[in-house]
Design a protein around this ligand. Structure first.
Ligand SMILES: Nc1ncnc2c1ncn2[C@@H]1O[C@H](COP(=O)(O)OP(=O)(O)OP(=O)(O)O)[C@@H](O)[C@H]1O
Ligand SMILES: [Mg+2]
Length: 339
């Protein structure tokens, strides 16, 4: 079946919270938690690429790990094909499945790690790393997995000779393609790619992006593509979610969000990359301020201290995502830019 983007939501996050147990304050006895995600709602349509952007520390990797079940939310849940993957009573996300289907979720949702080289076991050759998911998740025999190994190397455009190498013997681009091949080995439906090209130089970035786009076509995949590089996200995604301090502050079709950004933070992000076709008035916007303290999140909008449009309401009341002009375009701002 040729799945069209927007056909149905294959992966959803509903009110996803993640608080890490944190530091003991000197004055307070109670341990303060680090609020990494604060009620993220997200919907990924089958066959699309959803870009997730935001500055360092805003919670992108935390979200990615929850989406594939590598970590559990403090509240809320992730739904794969309308089925919750984290149940409060299960010790592990796979606990929800009976023995027969035990690995079906791990097969369907795969993660490409932010740091490709350290995500691979340094004591295992590329071949060994790729065979693991085939044996454990697909139950392939050694012989059958060897045939599939070669197929995977062709798909990610790597020479067979690399199969016998160890991770430290690979270049960054090669390691990233091995990471993609490993994620593909179990024949998944959704790939969550955490900054897959951020550490690569521009020409290698282009090669890896082309491989990803080709694979998406041939395998009818759905991607969640996390990056802080807006130009890459603009090239590869159909829709984009902009995150700030553990929340989604704006989302919608890439063209709407990038051409007519409504949230002041999105405008700040876009203004920070040089673009010939757009000029935005960023006067009065303080781009140097850091994110608020995640141990003590502000009551109102986390962006208010950096925002020139902020009014007293912004410091008091948390804005929620509401509809902006344009189809499926939402932003969480009390005073959005509407023109
Ligand atoms: N296991 C953990 N324990 C405690 N705090 C954590 C843990 N993982 C992440 N954090 C904190 O959660 C917040 C979000 O981190 P996260 O790695 O998700 O950010 P990010 O957006 O992926 O950043 P980057 O762009 O630098 O990769 C940060 O304040 C981070 O210090
Ligand atoms: Mg990260």
């Amino acid at each position: 079946m040729n799945v069209q983007p927007g056909h149905y939501p294959i992966l959803e996050a509903k009110q996803l919270w993640r608080t890490f147990s944190g530091k003991h304050s000197f004055f307070r006895r109670k341990q303060q938690g680090l609020h990494a995600l604060q009620g993220v709602d997200l919907s990924v349509q089958a066959g699309e690429v959803l870009g997730v952007v935001g500055e360092s520390g805003c919670g992108k990797s935390t979200l990615a790990r929850l989406l594939v079940g590598l970590d559990r939310p403090s509240r809320g849940d992730v739904y794969f094909n309308n089925t919750p993957i984290h149940r409060p009573d299960s010790q592990h996300m796979l606990g929800m499945y009976d023995k027969e289907n035990k690995y079906s979720l791990a097969k369907s949702l795969q993660y490409v790690f932010q740091d490709a080289v350290s995500a691979l076991n340094p004591r295992k050759t590329v071949a060994m790393s790729l065979q693991e998911p085939m044996q454990y998740l697909l139950g392939l025999t050694r012989q059958r997995s060897e045939a599939r190994l070669k197929q995977l190397m062709v798909q990610v455009k790597l020479p067979y000779e690399l199969l016998q190498r160890y991770p430290h013997e690979l270049s960054g681009g090669q390691a990233q393609r091995v990471g993609i091949a490993r994620a593909l080995a179990a024949d998944p439906k959704v790939l969550v790619l955490d900054e897959p090209v951020s550490a690569l130089d521009v020409s290698v970035q282009a090669q890896v992006l082309n491989v990803l786009l080709e694979l998406k076509q041939t395998h009818k995949l759905t991607y969640v593509f996390i990056s802080h590089d807006l130009s890459v996200v603009e090239k590869i995604s159909q829709r984009v979610s902009v995150m700030y301090f553990g929340r989604v502050v704006e989302q919608g079709p890439v063209n709407d969000v990038f051409q007519q950004p409504c949230h002041p933070y999105t405008r700040l992000l876009l203004a920070s990359i040089p673009r010939l076709d757009q000029s935005l008035d960023m006067s009065g916007m303080d781009s140097s301020t850091e994110l608020p303290d995640p141990f003590n999140p502000p009551k109102g909008c986390a962006f208010a201290p950096r925002c020139s449009r902020a009014k007293p309401t912004c410091f008091q009341k948390q804005p929620t995502l509401s509809t902006m002009p344009g189809e499926q375009h939402t932003a969480a701002c009390h005073f959005p830019h509407l023109s």
